[in-house]
Design a protein around this ligand. Sequence first.
Ligand code: GTR
Length: 326
Amino acid sequence: MFQNITKSLVGAAAVAVMAVTANAADWRGWNIHTDGYPNTIAMDKFAELLAEKTGGEVTLQMFHGGTLGSQPDAVEQVRAGALEVGNFNLGPIGPIVAEANVVSLPFIFKDVPHMFRVLESEGGAAIAEGMAAKGLKPLAWYDAGARSFYNGEKPINTPADVEGMKVRVMNNDLFTGMIAELGGNPSPMAFAEVYQALKTGVVDGAENNWPSYESTGHFEVAGYYSLSQHLIIPECICVNTAAFDALSADMQAAVTEAAQESAILQRELWAAREAASREAVEAGGVVVNEVADKGPFQDAMAPVYEAYFETNPSLRSLVELIQATE
Ligand code: GTR
């Protein structure tokens, strides 16, 4: 009898220990970028801060370099809870979350500071809510600068220069629409495939920010970079909504704080890397072209906006809110 009680007490203690262990969350995170990239460093910092601020209750193992799959796949994995965390560009999230797709409308933001002002206001709250409802809770926003066109043949100054050009875009109908309206042939493709595609002529050009143009080596095979700055798209530290909701309020606050601190670091590193990447590609022989008049590019985007409103009539007010944000 006494022995039985002891046994069951020991058993209860074991269950208690297991319960504590089961409460601890061991998360796995996806990132597409390689060593030294601002996002890679900042996501590692997030993992470090997470362990620190949650007293080890939430830990994160990061998988960099897109080793766990392409971005559209990883977005689905985080939604499904197969992975808990991703550093995602909102471009490939747009097809899943209508509110988040506003940031992928060409020329929607005046500049990066305008984008952050929007994200920190009512518009950002609507985007974040829409994302959380689809399983992708954004905890903080990263800077991804502005995206511009590049190709191996010539500078791009007007939409006519894009005519007939095969241009790689991220997976999103807004981007295929954007290229089509400029008279080009859009080619949606995973990030990892773009270098070979440019090199072998499967595509003539692509578009991205300075750091990605440089880190991927695209500048080696597409040496004309034209500052169209047609897209300014934020990135998130996104966490599977259910995994986040399962945490206590204290833990949620600690996780959010870790993400916010990581974003502060990312934005600092980003500013430095943008300048360094530009310098590096110019030293590598890239011809940089200022686009004197972006007006014709902006005008050509009217049908892209119309198509967006047609599919999402209720989001016209969100677009107007963004445009009205100082
Ligand atoms: C980069 C971005 C990646 C990915 C990539 C792409 O700027 O950081 O997440 O979206 O562009 O063009 O696929």
